[in-house]
Ligand binder design. Sequence first.
Ligand SMILES: Cc1cc2nc3c(=O)[nH]c(=O)nc-3n(C[C@H](O)[C@H](O)[C@H](O)COP(=O)(O)OP(=O)(O)OC[C@H]3O[C@@H](n4cnc5c(N)ncnc54)[C@H](O)[C@@H]3O)c2cc1C
Length: 480
Amino acid sequence: MDATNALEALKDALPTSQFALRGTDEYKALNNGTYQSGLNADFNPTCIFQPKSKEEVSTFLTTIKPFVSAGQVAFAIVGSGRQPAPGCSNINDGITLNLSLLKGIDIRDGYVSIAAGERWGAVYEELGKQGLGCAGSRSSNGGPGGLCLTGGLSIFSSRQGFICDDVVNFEVVLASGAIVNANDSENADLWRALRGGGNNFGVVTRFDMRTFKQGPLYGGSLYYFKQSFPGQITALVNELKKPDASDETHLMVSIGYATMFGPDPIALNQVYHIGGVENPPVLEPFTSIEPQMPGMNTLRILSLTDIAKEQAGEMSLPPRSAYMNTHVKADVAMLQAGADIFTSNLDPVKGIEGFVCSYTLQPYPRSLLEASATKGGNSLGLNPDLGPIVSIALLLYWVNPSDDERIISTFRTILEKIEKEAITRGQEIAFKYMNYSYTFQDPIGSYGGENKKRLQEASKKYDPEGVFQKGVPGGWKLFL
Ligand SMILES: Cc1cc2nc3c(=O)[nH]c(=O)nc-3n(C[C@H](O)[C@H](O)[C@H](O)COP(=O)(O)OP(=O)(O)OC[C@H]3O[C@@H](n4cnc5c(N)ncnc54)[C@H](O)[C@@H]3O)c2cc1C
């Protein structure tokens, strides 16, 4: 592939000051500074283009399209670069469309419009000034693209459904260069497809989302010792199975290993009450564990902005990361078996420099699936009858590229063992969450045949030449 001709045409059509060319300091700063994971920063595009308006995105697409059709160039799309799957948002020898200069947050009439280059931290700050919130990433550094196009879990998911369910309108630049809106009355099939369909349909330049009144919240993180972890699994499942389970809690329960903490696993709870009730009884089983690791309990009343800053915590994250995930029914024995598989297979990675990993449980309570079902539909293939569900994410962070292979293969084996165990126990759920998927996983296939077919039909209608299939090879494609 030789992007030279495409690049010349793009430079003729668009402001050259917004192109960062390979070899320049600007390029190095952008390529190294954009991505959370070195697995994406490792890619070397020929050039990075940063549009400043939807019209420039349109010109980019119409200009590059003939070169894509001729097989001369491919491109990647990146929002804030927090999704770690290698190649999902960067590309070798192609062109990376970096959306970070598309700015704007507009709050009116109960909705917030978020430009593709914004980050959730800025959105929460603006909403907070008006006593409002919205269902976005838990982390201030994430961008709207990765979350709104994949499903997305927020602090408010138990009440609001998935993040994508609160997107009432996507402003999208299609492969033809047309700038269209997708909502429940205009291009509704595209609207539903984008809710979980990833980067397969166009470049989304703006996300319009519901807002709600939001005061201070209660919550934070606490670390404890591995002996208490089985009790936390029981508490999690008990809460999820209550007929009156709260839709005001957000629970994440993890067991993990970190080279810096020595050979034994440690456990972490991140819990929130969105109603802002201090020490609510519903969180008591998750907050009163003893003994806790001293000095590592951040539970308090705090704002959405503060939660997002705390969750970002990226100053201390090692530079390379990868995620893998699966889902199971809320079953104590299954979740414990998964934890045992995780903790007993860590020997190959113990002691790796800067290594941190976790087996993280995030519930999808029935209330989440019920809320999701009332908001116009999405592509994910989940419904309330499947609930409650628990997402099992393997979250991996490390320092050196030379450790990539050992880490990925160890955790792929662990994931496969957990999935096999779930099938043996009859507790498996097919769904894979795109944001937490590694490249060997198939989130689109996991949505089910009907949903995949609908996504393929939307692709044929809105991108008949398959520009976002052939021309944007990163991420998960529709026709595999
Ligand atoms: C500290 C931390 C906290 C996190 N918290 C959460 C959380 O609370 N909830 C959760 O669900 N996940 C969470 N994640 C995981 C999740 O992977 C990222 O938050 C999310 O993907 C970030 O989106 P992004 O905009 O950075 O996407 P990017 O990494 O930029 O892109 C992801 C994918 O979306 C595509 N894409 C992005 N923008 C657009 C667009 N405008 N148009 C078309 N395609 C686009 C890209 O091509 C790429 O394939 C977290 C990750 C970290 C590191």
